[in-house]
Design a protein around this ligand. Structure first.
Ligand code: ATP
Ligand code: MG
Length: 938
């Protein structure tokens, strides 16, 4: 057998069918389009369903694809097998070839055989085919398919087996298109049987051991089911096939597990390096590795298709598989978030064929880590609680109670985020089980009770009215005073208080549960609400005192804060543990590391604003701004692009100001006073009577080394400005949050400068941690470049220059070689001159030549035929035509000749240059030359 990589196997499948007239079609999304009945795409057929039903038409009759599938919910749910066996995954790829009313059984079987045996070299005697024979005797036996199998060269005639409806009859739904199918099974040999020690065990196709592997299912759609016992033949017959990609790869790579193929090698390598286990140790306890590798792959593909962890439907599945993977991680000693590292390996394996993974890299890694962190907060209390319940069941000894009650299982989910599937894993590990039907019922009930599914009334006036109502109500009850919610993002990163209101799905509720997206109103908050370009804070609201979840403790991860109407500030986020209630005492804590990043960027924005004034002039005022944790963006008025020198100067001035360790002071002032003092106010911005000002001032009497640099920089502008600026380096009206000393900014780097709108430029920059990351990334690139160029970092420019020179020399050399070779081709072609109306006519293609070469050859032609000659020379789409003067006088013009053969171009009557349309064959165009000369020539 030949060895192929997984990627090659996928590609040979596609290429093979493309060669047989199929159109290669991309995989559709894991989320089925326009099919509410199906949670996930679970076979290749899903994207073609409407074609079979006759309600959709495609521009092709034959297709080939590799379809992303998930079998973890609904009719196809293989979760129980995943991790326990080596052949089922939650996510897998299904290779398929399709005929829509085109070829049928004969070709489908012959091509399957050719691909498996000729192309891939599988041993013919090991291949078995099953065909349909109705166990109820109503539908005819598929002797047609059986006959085609027996016809295949080298097929063992006795390797056709007949099976009934369960295995070999395929139906899309209760009614509609259906038909018999024929499966290909591969006999891996007796050594692959996992039941060798079971007395009386016999290995057989569709049996219960691992010797025969189902590889491929060829479905022949030929009937339409009208009722449970009525079939009618379809006017057109179709072929729908599905081959398990990971399985064929395991066979072709001759390994006894899908997980031992190169498709899983990288993720498993990562896991081994994290656990420090050897391959042998891994194989001795393979299940956790298989589960993690499988589930991470599924989660990565799901997130790339827009399905992120959540509480309902598809999102629940995404959450469940991530949490399940994380729990299996703890079984092999992995506690810290680790799935992102495994996902990197998945992206490295699949990113080329499925570019959506590369595109969603950030979202994939981020969602995995976030979900792991959330789960880690509650998993221990959740599993401890489950253990209590399971112990209780064991003690009660009643025979009916080997199952945990579904409502109890749901409570575990609602409070601790312990998914049903994980509770069941744990119960089963102890010989018990969990009632699934009861769990689903409790979940549905909860969803209805919490008003799930209703859209939030977040739009415009309606929203404001809703919250004004809440405000008035709270004021009437004396819970809020006339100012409403107290807002202090400047001095209170941690605020204690009582939950005044909870809002779920746009409705006021008294309590919420794990996974709910809620909005919370507190009497006071330290969370900054987006304004003046600075984005809102994130953080946590936690119950007080810090109860454990059993004692009623809970936690909400706050991801947004907003002010829907005057006097009201709402925190929104997801309940990550417990069940928050109105009236609970809480502490609301801003995520301060994130806030510090934001503050660094905000102070740096002011420093840069001042620096822009110094370098560009006072017209460079702010026109827009974004202050985020990872970057700052600043738009300002300036008519033209900044020069590299100006950018460098701004960067340097800001970094000097950082090094000068200046004080950042905020003060409340009367607006008019502040403006009179020269504070920078933004045109069009509305300010109240009292404004907050931010002043950045050098520390008095203490000129640090950085300061003298600033003064010299400033002196370059105007001496008086420099003195004034030294008193107040920057002075702005600003409601944002700032660090106390400029040195806290750390470092400032401009990432880009470009146009934002007419007359407005935009700078993006990073500070602090962001600057460090940028530097580290750039250094890495430099080091890589140096290693590619085999030089030191310092020598890169020189090395690159000398490479450029070398390339230029080589180009020159190549050109001269090409000309030589073109010339010799041309000299041979000169003998192909035809005579048309007495003139020598030449039309030739000189491959790989540029226009210059063609012109040189045209001169050669003229040398040989100074009179009475016309030639058309082409290379690719470039074409040159040359006509001697005497023929020009006989009405033959070079430009007309190019037009006559289908090209476009211009020039002089005796020499013209142009191009041929890309879709025109050069030889066909050239063949028209003689005719054209004949027509034109008088
Ligand atoms: P099995 O009986 O092995 O579960 P199936 O009958 O459910 O397979 P089909 O619905 O016919 O499978 O799907 C077509 C092919 O997809 C199968 O022949 C098999 O190779 C592959 N396949 C099916 N389920 C999975 C899975 N969970 N993981 C990986 N491959 C699968
Ligand atoms: Mg199956």
């Amino acid at each position: 057998m030949k060895t192929f990589t997984g990627a090659q196997i996928r590609q040979t499948f596609i290429d093979f069918f493309v060669e047989h007239g199929h159109t290669a079609v991309p995989s559709s999304s894991l989320v089925p389009g326009g099919d509410a009945t199906l949670l996930f795409t679970n076979s290749g057929m899903v994207q073609f369903k409407d074609v079979f039903l006759g309600t959709d038409k495609r521009p092709y009759k034959r297709a080939v694809d590799s379809q992303k599938c998930m079998r973890v919910a609904g009719k196809h749910n293989d979760l129980d097998d995943v991790g326990r066996d080596d052949t089922h995954h939650t996510f897998f790829e299904m290779l398929g070839n399709w005929s829509f009313g085109d070829y049928y059984k004969k070709e489908a079987i012959a091509w399957a055989w050719q691909l498996l045996t000729d192309v891939w070299g599988l041993k013919k005697s090991n291949l078995w085919a099953t065909v349909f024979k109705d166990d109820k005797g109503n539908v005819p036996t598929d002797e047609e398919a059986a006959g085609f199998w027996r016809e295949q060269p080298g097929f063992m005639k006795e390797n056709v087996l007949y099976f009934g409806r369960k295995d070999n009859f395929w139906e899309m739904a209760e009614l509609g298109p259906c038909g018999p199918c024929s499966e290909v099974h591969y006999d891996r040999g007796i050594q692959y049987c996992d039941k060798q020690d079971v007395p009386g065990h016999v290995c057989r196709v569709n049996g219960d051991c691992t010797r025969y592997l189902e590889l491929w299912n060829l479905v022949f759609i030929q009937y339409n089911r009208l009722s449970p016992d009525k079939l009618e033949p379809l006017p057109a017959t179709h072929v729908d096939t599905g081959m398990g990609f990971e399985r064929i790869v395991s066979v072709l790579q001759d390994v006894d597990s899908n997980y031992k193929t190169d498709l899983f090698a990288k993720p498993l390598d990562v896991l081994r390096s994290l656990t420090g286990n050897s391959e042998k140790e891994m194989l001795a306890d393979f299940t956790p590795y298989r589960v993690i590798a499988d589930h991470t792959r599924s989660a990565a593909f799901l997130i790339a298709d827009g399905v992120v962890p959540g509480n309902v439907g598809r999102n629940y599945v995404c959450r469940m598989i991530i949490r399940r993977a994380a729990r299996f991680g703890t079984k092999i000693g992995l506690k810290e978030p680790f799935l992102a590292k495994v996902a990197e390996a998945v992206i490295a394996t699949y990113g080329t064929f499925y570019p959506e993974l590369e595109k969603s890299r950030g979202a994939i890694l981020d969602n995995l880590t976030r979900e792991e962190i959330r789960f880690a907060r509650t998993v221990e209390s959740g599993t401890a609680q489950l253990q209590n319940l399971l112990d209780g069941i064991r003690k009660s000894k009643s025979s009916s109670a080997s199952k945990l009650d579904g409502q109890r299982a749901f409570d575990l989910y609602a409070t601790y985020g312990l998914p049903f599937e994980i509770a069941r894993d744990i119960a089963r590990e102890q010989g018990l089980d969990v009632d699934e039907v009861g769990f689903r019922a409790a979940m549905d009930e909860h969803r209805i009770a919490s008003g799930g599914g209703k859209a939030m009334g977040k739009m415009g006036g309606e929203d404001a009215e809703f919250f004004t109502g809440i405000l008035k109500d709270l004021q009437r009850k004396g819970r809020l005073d006339e100012h409403g919610v107290e807002y202090d993002p400047y001095t209170s990163p941690r605020v204690e208080g009582e939950v005044l209101a909870l809002i779920l799905n746009g409705q006021i509720v008294q309590s919420a549960s794990f996974g709910d997206e809620v909005e919370v109103i507190l009497p006071k908050t330290g969370f900054y609400v987006e304004s003046g370009g600075q984005i809102s804070d994130e953080g946590f609201i936690r119950s007080l005192p810090p109860f454990s979840v059993e004692e009623g403790g809970w936690e909400i991860e706050i991801t947004d804060v907003r002010k829907p109407s005057a006097g009201i500030i709402v925190h929104s986020g997801e309940v990550i543990s417990g069940q928050p209630k109105v009236g609970d005492q809480v502490i609301a804590e801003v995520d301060m590391p994130r806030r510090h990043d934001i503050m660094r960027n905000h102070t740096a924005t002011h420093l840069m604003h001042a620096a822009l004034h110094q370098v560009l002039g006072p017209h460079a005022v702010q026109a827009g701004s974004l202050v985020a944790p990872d970057r700052l963006r600043f738009d300002f008025n300036h008519p033209e692009a900044m020069t590299p020198g100006q950018i460098e100067r701004v960067e340097k001035i800001v970094n000097d100001a950082i090094a000068a360790d200046m004080e950042v002071i905020s003060k409340l002032k009367a607006r008019e006073d502040a403006i009179a003092e020269g504070a920078m106010a933004l045109f069009g911005e509305k300010y109240g009577e009292t404004v907050r000002t931010i002043t950045i001032t050098p520390l008095s009497n203490k000129l640090s080394p950085g300061m003298s640099e600033i003064s010299s920089e400033l002196a370059m502008v105007t001496p008086t400005a420099a003195v004034e600026q030294l008193e107040k380096y920057s002075y702005e009206l600003c409601g944002g949050t700032h660090i106390e000393r400029t040195s806290d900014v750390g470092a400032f780097l401009i990432v880009s400068e470009g146009s934002a709108a007419a007359g407005v430029r935009r700078i993006e920059a990073v500070t602090g941690r962001g600057a460090y990351e940028l530097i580290a990334r750039r250094f890495k690139t430099l080091k890589q470049t140096a290693s590619i160029l085999k030089s030191s970092i310092e020598d890169i420019p020189q090395k690159a220059e000398s490479l450029q020179d070398e390339i230029a020399d080589l180009k020159k050399e190549l050109l001269s070689l090409r000309t030589q070779s073109a010339l010799s081709t041309f000299n041979i072609q000169l003998s192909n001159v035809q005579t048309v109306k007495g003139a020598a006519v030449l039309a030739v293609e000189i491959p790989n030549s540029d226009a210059e070469t063609l012109r040189a050859l045209a001169d050669k032609f003229r040398e040989k035929y100074p009179k009475n000659g016309a030639a058309v020379l082409a290379s690719g789409i470039t074409v040159i035509s040359v006509v001697t003067e005497d023929l020009v006088k006989r009405n033959l013009k070079a430009g007309d000749l190019i037009a006559a053969i289908g090209g476009r171009g211009g020039g002089r009557p005796n020499l013209a240059q142009g191009s041929l349309p890309v879709d025109l064959k050069v030889s066909e165009a050239l063949a028209k030359t003689a005719e054209a000369v004949k027509e034109k020539l008088k």
